[in-house]
Design a protein around this ligand. Structure first.
Ligand code: MG
Length: 258
């Protein structure tokens, strides 16, 4: 089942896609037609997470291209909920960075509170899968030494276009990043060092995962820069296709600083 979040007639709700042109509301909303035309809704950011937990260096070829050693445990960092945008929303390059990269990643959406869950139990706590772009200010990541600023700008976490609840084999998904129609990243979740179940189990041993929380599972090799005017898509077979334009932040408004 594919689940999206939409605004329709001034109401926001989750809905399931019932045909290429229609969707059906999943919330208890009154006075809505059974079949709502997709063309009449506004797509909203898919999730409103309490946190986005990200995994660095979960593919060997990406660790290699950054010249960083691999860890025997997942390396975690966070992105703030305010960084989330939806399909079609613009990624904004901040004025203080000269190198902003795409990172195509498989996103896991938590459906059930998870704390100290085993790897075997982890799938019970997973709601579904989506595409995500772990947008990164690479120059600031290297300058700061830790990653919070580089990963946390508004618009730096596109997620979507829907939550896919049924994936036959999460360890055999082709994943790509395409910029302006050119293939830039191509990998497979088969090459992940730590599996989705291992990540949910490991992270739940650190912090309570709440419904709606998102885990970004790392990016394969092939990262590269974005520029104003680009269109970047994250494509994962059997999961979805997430497209976002790229714009630059205007010059700082001096009147805003008092
Ligand atoms: Mg990443």
């Amino acid at each position: 089942m594919r689940i999206i979040r939409v605004r329709y007639r001034d109401r926001s709700f989750y809905a399931t896609i019932t045909s290429p042109e229609t969707l059906r509301c999943l919330n208890n909303e009154e006075n809505l037609p059974d079949d709502i035309p997709l063309a009449e809704v506004e797509l909203l950011p898919l999730v409103r997470p309490s946190k986005i937990v990200c995994v660095g260096l979960n593919y060997r070829d990406h660790a290699h291209e950054l010249g960083l050693p691999m860890s025997d445990e997942p390396v975690l960092f966070l992105k703030p909920p305010s960084s989330v945008i939806g399909p079609g929303d613009a990624i904004v390059i901040p004025a203080c960075s000269e190198r902003v990269d795409y990172e195509a990643e498989l996103a896991l959406v938590i459906g059930r509170t998870a704390r100290h869950v085993s790897e075997a139990d982890a799938p019970r706590h997973l709601f579904g899968y989506s595409c995500a772009n772990d947008v990164t200010a690479r120059d600031l990541q290297q300058k700061d030494g830790q990653w919070t600023r580089a990963k946390s700008f508004d618009t730096f976490c596109p997620v979507g276009p829907w939550i896919e609840t049924e994936v036959p084999d999460e360890r055999a998904l082709a994943i790509r990043a395409v910029v302006n129609g050119q293939l830039r990243q191509q990998g497979s979740t088969a090459d992940m060092i730590f599996s989705p179940a291992r990540l949910i189990s490991f992270i739940s041993g650190v912090m309570t995962l709440l419904p709606g929380d998102v885990i970004l599972t790392g990016t394969p090799g092939g990262i590269g820069p974005l520029a104003e005017g680009d269109e970047v898509s994250v494509e994962i077979d059997q999961v979805g296709f997430l497209l976002n334009p790229v714009i630059s932040e205007g010059p700082a408004d001096p009147s805003a600083v008092q």
